[in-house]
Design a binder for this molecule. Sequence first.
Ligand code: FO1
Length: 330
Amino acid sequence: MLAGGLGGARFLHGVRALLGIEGGPGPTTEEPDGITVVGNTGDDLWLFGLKVCPDLDTIMYSLGGGLDEDRTWGRAAETFNAAEELRAYGAQPDWFGLGDRDIGTHLMRTQLLEAGYPLSAVTAALCQRWQPGVRLLPMTDDRVETHVVITDDQGRRAIHFQEWWVRLHAEVAAERFVMVGAEDATPGPGVVEAIMTADVVLLPPSNPVVSIGAIASVPGIATALRSTEAPVVGVSGLVSGAPVRGMADACLSAIGVEPRAGAVAVHYGARPAGFLDGWLVDLADAGEVDEVAAAGIACRAVPTMMTDHGAAAALVGKALDFAAELRSGQ
Ligand code: FO1
């Protein structure tokens, strides 16, 4: 799977539930149950000297049982004393909430990075504690950060994705997304191999632009997606013209794609020119199946709302059945 944050995490709970390993520590990260997640690092930022990896942490915490499921980011049972101290000093930025427990993760990550370990090794080390039951691979060990071009009273400028997402709530129109550093980045260790040797590649309902799009911006990853012998099946994160969570609509409009399930599939494209062999849309969007099929992508309408692990497991099961049919049909 290529995954961003919350949508990917919820879908992964479905994978684990389907495999009957939900809830337990599950297999160790060395020998996971064959589940490899290529995680988005475009959301990453350096803050007060700490390296923060929001999408990797959301997957790691959620599958490890440490995510604050209500806040949907950061750690459960969190406190914000350090953040309050920073605010008392007038430290900037003050709009990105760093929790005390979460800071422990960033201190550990930063210490290991500064000791010379690549992000992939650091992520594996952090996952030793959390035992997410999947192999979590950063899309790259190189620095890639999504920045957003906006125009406001300070003129046209690029700001970090997190400032646009958290401080501005994506309310200022994004003119363009720039994955800074992507052109010089190489796929992380194991990433291309995982895609090329997979039985199936799943694109969960993550943000098509700043999550799946950021991962695909790393040279070599899109090529692997297009050429793997595994069937590639994606799931729409938009239902009835709106994102189920998050602000993918604000991202899609920046690249001229309508916030519709069918439009996202057409944007991803049919393999080998594009990424998809199959696309699942919600029952509410059954009327868009023909548009997707006309783009050369097999399409099915199924229940896609992951209201609990059981619903997520059912959705994953549908995606895997669909992939099996596509593989046998190929
Ligand atoms: N999202 C917010 O809306 N407000 C925050 O203050 C915030 C802090 C934060 C800290 C650590 C972390 O891993 C994630 C955090 N997020 C916050 C969520 C983050 O913006 C998203 O997880 C992704 O980057 C977008 O999918």
